[in-house]
Write a protein that binds this ligand. Structure first.
Ligand code: AMP
Length: 270
C-alpha cells in the first residue's frame, strides 16, 4: 500500500481515503462516490479495528464480507481496497496510541471509554500508510469526524477531512452495518430514532430554545419497551462539544440508544 501511494504521488496524483470497517452499504458507497469526485486515486480501507472495541462489545460478531465489499468498490470505481489484518497494523508489542482528550470525553466516549483512542490511533496509522490528500468521513458518526478534524488540526497532519451527509433507508433509519443485527420488526421499531430527532427539530422550528425540553421530547418520542437511551445531547454541530445555549442552524441533537441488542447512533442539525 505504501509503495502504491508513493508511486501515485510521484505521478502527481491526488489520493482520497475512505476508512471503513466493511459490510459496505449505501452510506459507505456515498463516501466512495464523494472520494471519486475529489481525487485521482480512491482507496477504501476495510479493517475491523480491534482497538476501538471494548472488551464486551461486538468485535467478534461484527459482519465481515470482504468479497462482497470488494465487488461494491469495483462497481463504484474505487482503485484500491486496502484490507489489512490486525497483525499487519499492530505489532504484538505496539504501545503507542493517539488520543484526543476533549471532544472524546463526551457522548459515546462516556459509555465507550477507549473507543475514540482506538479510532484516532487507527486513522493515524491509515493516514501514515496511505498518505491521502483527502479523508472522507460520514456525519452519521458526527462525534468521530469532529475528533478527527481536531486531531488533524492539532497534529498538523497533511490531509483534508471531508464530511459526507447521512444516508438513510426510506423508513428514515440511518444505514449502519449494525442494522444487520436487528430483526425486521426491530428495524421497524428503530425508525423511532429518526422520528424522535425530527420531533426535536420540529420543536426548535416552532421556536423552542430550551435544551432540556428538546432533550425530553426526543427521549419521550424514542422510548418504547425495546429502547434504552444511552444519551440525547444538544451539541455544537462542528465540534460536537456540549452547548449551554441553542444557536439556530449551528447545533445538533446527537443520540445513542440500545434498541434490543443493538447499539445505534444518529443525529440531526437543528
Ligand atoms: P464504519 O464502517 O461504520 O466504521 O463507517 C465507515 C464510514 O462510513 C464512517 O465515516 C461513517 O461515518 C460512514 N458511514 C456509516 N454509515 C453511514 C451512513 N448511513 N451515511 C453516511 N456515512 C456513513
Amino acid at each position: 500500500m505504501k509503495e502504491f501511494s508513493a508511486a501515485a504521488k510521484a505521478e502527481g496524483k491526488k489520493i482520497a481515503l475512505v476508512p471503513t470497517m466493511g459490510a459496505l452499504h449505501d452510506g459507505h458507497i456515498s463516501l466512495i462516490d464523494r472520494a471519486r469526485s475529489l481525487a485521482d486515486v480512491v482507496v477504501v480501507s476495510v479493517f475491523v479495528n480491534p482497538t476501538q472495541f471494548g472488551p464486551n462489545e461486538d468485535y467478534d460478531k461484527y459482519p465481515r464480507q470482504l468479497e462482497a465489499d470488494a465487488q461494491k468498490c469495483r462497481e463504484h470505481s474505487a482503485d484500491v481496497v486496502f484490507a489489512p489484518s490486525p497483525s499487519d497494523i499492530y505489532a504484538p508489542d505496539a504501545s503507542t496510541f493517539v488520543s484526543e482528550e476533549q471532544i472524546s470525553q463526551n457522548l459515546c466516549g462516556l459509555s465507550r471509554p477507549k473507543h475514540f483512542r482506538g479510532v484516532t490511533t487507527v486513522v493515524t496509522i491509515l493516514f501514515n500508510i496511505v498518505k491521502p490528500d483527502f479523508g472522507v468521513f460520514g456525519e452519521k458518526d458526527a462525534q468521530q469526524v469532529s475528533i478527527i478534524e481536531r486531531m488533524v488540526r492539532d497534529l498538523f497532519m497533511d490531509v483534508q477531512i471531508v464530511r459526507a451527509p447521512i444516508v438513510r433507508e426510506e423508513s428514515g433509519l440511518a444505514l449502519s452495518s449494525r442494522n444487520k443485527y436487528m430483526t425486521p420488526a426491530e428495524r421497524d421499531g428503530a425508525t423511532r430514532i429518526r422520528k424522535s430527532l425530527l420531533a426535536g427539530k420540529a420543536l426548535v422550528d416552532d421556536g423552542c430554545t430550551n435544551i432540556d425540553r428538546i432533550k425530553a421530547l426526543v427521549i419521550n418520542t424514542v422510548t418504547d419497551a425495546k429502547t434504552r437511551v444511552v444519551y440525547v445531547e444538544v451539541v455544537d454541530a462542528k465540534t460536537s462539544l456540549p452547548v449551554s445555549e441553542l444557536k439556530i442552524g449551528q447545533c445538533r441533537i446527537s443520540m445513542a440508544v440500545w434498541y434490543g441488542q443493538t447499539r445505534l447512533i444518529d443525529n440531526i442539525i437543528i
